[in-house]
Write a protein that binds this ligand. Structure first.
Ligand code: PGA
Length: 253
């Protein structure tokens, strides 16, 4: 059985007060969410340490994540943050290849694969985001787009690396738009991804968690998470409100 995973991606939101309120609120409510669900939160880099202190003191098993990382271990890379630096703060999950990084910061498949490797080299778990644009969906190129992104990572990293990784299927047209993929649309792509992995390694395909992202909210979470190949969610906007986020987490139980 794959444990469900719900991760809050706070993106470039929050100040010190909001981070305190969110982390404390989630810590307080976490016991209401069953053990069948793993919870993670991804604040901005500069709020990670603040969140880490609160999470360590509370010790309720909420995973700390980062939204990005650089692929090199150290060096003259002004403005970047290395995987060992994140690991040292207690980060266990790192998002790589989010569509906002691919689109707004021109991240290539090769860079994303290198980041994935760097995350695992520091004993953290990469959450690899893949997903199609609206144009690709309308042109019936969803399968091709999603599997190309997945294959680009597999060819660099190898299928076995997915034993310790999470895949997030995030249709770009559903991110931050309020338009969610229907449970059937999402399930279809999750199944495609798992089936594609199974052709290369059945054990990896059975074990890897494939979470859905794109306008997940309490009103649609249960129907999404009930699908056979949807193992939880990567939640943006709705993770910035404690009750809403916790109710999404409960929907995965
Ligand atoms: P959203 O973002 O829930 O606000 O659509 C999801 C994501 O980008 O991970």
């Amino acid at each position: 059985m794959r444990q469900k995973l719900v991760v809050g991606n706070w993106k470039m939101h929050g100040d010190r007060d909001l981070v305190n309120r969110l982390v404390e609120g989630i810590i307080d409510a976490a016991p209401l969410v069953g053990d069948a669900v793993e919870i993670g939160i991804c604040p901005t880099y500069i709020h990670i340490e603040q969140a880490a202190k609160l999470l360590i003191a509370a010790n309720v098993g909420i995973g700390l994540g980062a939204q990005n990382v650089y692929c090199e271990e150290k060096g003259a890379y002004t403005g970047e943050v290395a995987a060992p630096m994140l690991a040292q703060l207690g980060v266990s999950l790192v998002i790589v290849g989010h569509s906002e990084r691919r689109e707004l910061f021109a991240e290539s498949d090769a860079l994303i694969a290198a980041k994935f490797k760097a995350v695992q080299a520091s004993n953290m778990i990469p959450i690899l985001c893949i997903g199609e644009s609206l144009e690709q969906r309308e042109a019936k190129l969803t399968e091709q787009a999603v599997l190309e992104q997945l294959d680009a990572a597999i060819s660099e990293i190898g299928i076995a690396a997915f034993h310790n990784a999470v895949i997030a299927y995030e249709p770009i047209w559903a991110i931050g738009t309020g338009k969610t993929a229907s449970p059937e649309q999402a399930q279809e792509v999750h199944w495609l991804i798992r089936d594609h992995l199974a052709k290369q390694d059945a054990a990896v395909a059975a074990a890897v968690r494939i979470i859905y992202g794109g306008s997940v909210k309490s009103a649609n979470a249960k129907d999404l998470f009930n699908q056979a190949d949807i193992d939880g969610g990567l939640v943006g906007g709705a993770s910035l409100e404690v009750n809403e986020f916790i109710s999404i987490c409960k929907s995965a139980d």
